[in-house]
Design a protein around this ligand. Sequence first.
Ligand code: PLP
Length: 395
Amino acid sequence: MLQDSFKEFLKEEISYLKKTDCYRHLKILNGAQKARVIFQGKEVINFSSNNYLGLANSKFLKQSAIEALSDLGVGAGASRLISGNLSIHEELEKQIACFKKTEAALLFNCGYMANCALLSALCNRHDIIFCDRYNHASIIDGIVLSRAQLVRYAHKDIDELRRLMISHQGRHKKRFIVTDSVFSMDGDLAPLCDIVALAKEYEASVMVDEAHATGVLGKNGHGVVELLGLEGEIDIQMGTLGKALGGFGAYVAGDSVLIDYLINKARPFIFTTALPPSTAATAVKALEIVQNRPDLRDILLRQAAWFRKQLQEAGFNTLESETHIIPVVAGENEKALQFSQGLLDVGIYAPAIRPPAVPEGTARLRISLMATHSMCDLEEALEHIQRIGKKLNII
Ligand SMILES: Cc1ncc(COP(=O)(O)O)c(C=O)c1O
């Protein structure tokens, strides 16, 4: 039982969140993660999923999971360094390294853990990390854990990054630039070519988070690093298996010595049970599908470009989105909530994203597309987004 004074503290915090339209609660989605789902008991078109290629419900992935379950059981039973290192983990790591064209790769239980692991294992209080202001929370948490000096630069602002790198020269042992490749709430791309050039000039290592790009961007779906021809130029790459690849887990890809070091030093790798074998098996299959089905990402990106153009022509602010993640800015938290609720009432689920996930005054709908949305889904959604957007004076 909580003490009364502690309970009072929690209640006050929650009531403040409610007063500022920042309160969150869990909602139920029934059935598989598809383009149309039952959400809160009602059928809706789903614009909230990171299952960008529709693989979370793929019969091929399910079959791989079932086979691994029946051959290898439900759980890995131990951490990788004790006795949980199964051959399916090793096979997946080899495939990821091949996919990312790196010497080696290492699995983590999710992207959040991978970022915390990487940054806390590689950096310490003698180091400095330059970080885009819109980087994912797991990167910030990893930096805080590392105790390195955190220097945030304005979103995608290479001139500011250069200025900061110059003004912080000479005082630290190691220097890192860390960036998302696709920003999760804006759907825009990091200026990676410029970042790599700066890193060379000012002797920094580059770490890239390909969470939202893996499986989607680049000729072979390898991510923004491939899209921009930067393979071999990035020191550390991470990505997740839980978004376009449809399953769960994450990877870090890079030189063998980096992976060897992480196996020995990354606490979120060492002190946790290995991924279940069925989860690893689904990722092996997902990588195979990504290689063999370029049409899935072509459909996704073509439909996203069309949808974004329609929104822009209707007068919505979609920021600098260039991908399958399309923000529709509403402004104040309350307006974003009303927008999202209005859409939900007519069978469209586009979640409202509010601070601290996005800057104050830029609360928005985060619309994420899937290759499995039909043009009818998109046309129906557009009609309602425009009608409700007008009613709320957003356009
Ligand atoms: C950019 C970025 N990195 C890392 C993560 C964490 O990945 P995971 O969901 O696998 O923990 C996310 C999750 O949304 C993300 O958007």
